[in-house]
Design a protein around this ligand. Structure first.
Ligand SMILES: [Fe+2]
Ligand SMILES: [Fe+2]
Length: 327
């Protein structure tokens, strides 16, 4: 249906047919909320497919703009937002300091105290035990954020001004390899697909529910102006967590003696993302943190990132727990 032109979808799916679609999505959301893992994956897969209508340039007609599809999208988004908000420690958010510098310290302290920080998936499994096949699987799951970070920045910068816009622009220009096509970050990331011979189809087939969720949350927060504060928190925290994690990935890559071309992306981001995080905090978070509205949203986006990343890494380590030697 997503490859049928929008007006045809809306002309064809009417009356009781349309009601069945709406009811089906409501059931799917209810099952996912009740903990049905199959329903949760389907919910996130459907959401990612609808998002792809606005994230990719198609080579055939699509249902982008269909009233029916927009209705389904909104229902999926609301369910996803409610699930993430239910995991936020709101008392901690309300208690965040209002002074911008103290607020930023509080954000970093919350991240350092979170179980996702120095998660054993990276510090133990990736560093000491991961095989080449494990790294291959890891790369597939990471593709939903790393594979399109430039587009996320492009989406979130709409409507910004001054120091924030400049910061996003310079971050984006880094993503563009500072004008050198060979150094564009998504190009460097794609070199990993070549090393591991990963196809588009395999990508979607292998994406787990929590990996799909990570990608969907990033798109959700970056594409809507009402979520701008959340996007600042979500992407800022994403950048901030990278260097520590990628040190472990590079170490595994070297331990396994894999081709150097595949690790350029990770090696580069150990330095670049610590600069990106510092710039982001200084030029976007600090100047925005005078506003209570921004502080609340940035904290919410930050916690969404920390919580969802923790669940994602728990899932990854759960898959390999029997394989990693005990020690
Ligand atoms: Fe990058
Ligand atoms: Fe970055």
């Amino acid at each position: 249906m997503l490859h049928t032109p929008a007006d045809e979808v809306d002309a064809r799916v009417v009356g009781s047919h349309a009601e069945r679609v709406t009811a089906g999505v409501a059931e799917l959301n209810a099952a996912a909320a009740a903990g049905d893992q199959g329903a949760f994956r389907l919910q996130q897969l459907l959401l990612s497919r609808i998002y792809n209508l606005t994230m990719r340039i198609p080579d055939q007609p699509t249902a982008e703009g269909s009233v029916l599809v927009n209705g389904v999208l909104t229902a999926l988004e609301r369910a996803t937002i409610a699930a993430e908000d239910a995991k936020v420690d709101w008392a901690a958010v309300e208690a965040a300091p209002s002074d911008p510098a103290a607020y930023l310290s509080w954000l970093k302290k919350s991240a350092r105290g979170h179980r996702v920080f120095k998660h054993p998936y990276y510090t133990d499994f990736i560093r000491h035990h991961a095989t080449a096949d494990d790294l291959r699987k890891y790369v597939i799951q990471e593709s939903v954020v790393d594979g399109r970070f430039d587009d996320l920045l492009a989406l979130m910068q709409v409507g910004t001004a001054g120091a924030s816009k400049m910061e996003i622009a310079s971050n984006f220009w880094d993503e563009m390899g500072n004008g050198k096509p060979d150094e564009v970050h998504t190009t460097l990331f794609n070199q990993l697909y070549e090393v591991f011979d990963i196809t588009e189809q395999e990508l979607e087939d292998s994406l787990t529910a929590t990996a799909l969720l990570s990608g969907n949350l990033a798109v959700l927060l970056c594409r809507y102006r009402r979520f701008y504060p959340e996007a600042v928190g979500f992407l800022g925290m994403t950048e901030w967590l990278v260097p520590d994690r990628f040190v472990q990935v590079v170490s595994a890559w070297e331990r396994l003696g894999l081709p150097d071309v595949g690790i350029v992306y990770h090696r580069l981001h150990i330095t670049v993302d610590s600069q990106h995080a510092a710039g982001w905090f200084h030029n976007i978070v600090l100047p925005s943190a005078g506003s209570a509205y921004m502080r609340r949203g940035i904290a919410r986006g930050t916690l969404w990132r920390l919580n969802s990343s923790a669940r994602y890494l728990d899932e990854r380590i759960g898959e390999v727990a029997d394989l990693a030697p005990a020690h």
